[in-house]
Unconditional design. Structure first.
Length: 230
């Protein structure tokens, strides 16, 4: 982890525990700006929302603001007699032959934004949201399930033990089925990548009347799955 990542990204979970990956090195990475070439955050966001929004990239936090990782977890459910049902956060439908058992797998990420009050970084209020771009199944897309804005659903201003915070939680899952005896698992999706950025809705418009959204620091995270021989 670089010095800036160590300063900006605070791991508030224990490695090898239910809310952490095994080992000492986190898989999540702080980013002052989008950098994943496959995710292609900027062009994907512009293509989806550029007609309605004007995006201004601040290139990270300017003060000592932090992103606190409360949970970063890998999950897997063993085979059942029926294919796994799709969760509300699934991005792709469960895939199965319909004749075998189902397996589901995924992970979760729960983060909080902690601003530096002595800086120009945005304070915690209802102007703050999160935008997430996902790369999966060979394509990138803004994670805004049919909303009238690019913001991630279920994130933003909330409270933790009475303290106002700006939070983000995602639990991507997918499922596969197995065919008949000896056919093995099918359709393993081996990689899913995310860039998740804190953003501020400036509540004003530019000269062509597009809503201005300032994009601050964020995280890059993801998962990789490989089939294993039993």
């Amino acid at each position: 982890m670089s010095p800036e990542q160590a300063t900006r990204l605070v791991l508030d979970h224990r490695p090898s525990q239910p809310t952490g990956w095994p080992g000492s090195n986190p898989a999540e990475v702080y980013e002052p700006g989008p950098s994943g070439p496959m995710i292609d955050f900027k062009r994907t966001l512009q293509r989806a929302w550029g007609a309605h929004c004007s995006f201004r990239y601040r290139v990270g936090f300017r003060g000592r603001s932090k992103i606190i990782v409360e949970s970063y977890n890998v999950q897997a459910r063993p085979p059942t007699t029926t294919p796994p049902a799709a969760a509300s956060t699934d991005r792709m439908p469960t895939r199965s032959t319909g004749t075998g058992v189902g397996v589901s797998y995924g992970g979760d990420l729960f983060i909080l934004y902690e601003p530096d009050p002595d800086s120009s970084d945005p304070p915690v209020n209802d102007d703050l949201q999160w935008i997430q771009v996902v790369h999966a199944h060979g394509r990138s897309f803004v994670d805004d399930p049919g909303r009238a804005n690019p913001y991630y659903f279920g994130a933003g201003l909330t409270s933790v033990y009475g303290k106002p915070v700006c939070s983000f939680y995602d639990r991507p899952r997918t499922g596969v089925g197995a065919g008949g005896a000896g056919e093995g698992l099918i359709n393993i999706e081996n990689q899913e990548m995310f860039e998740t950025f804190l953003v501020r809705d400036a509540s004003r418009r530019d000269r062509v009347t597009k809503g201005i959204i300032a994009i601050c620091g964020g995280v890059k995270w993801g998962r990789q799955v490989q089939p294993a021989q039993s």
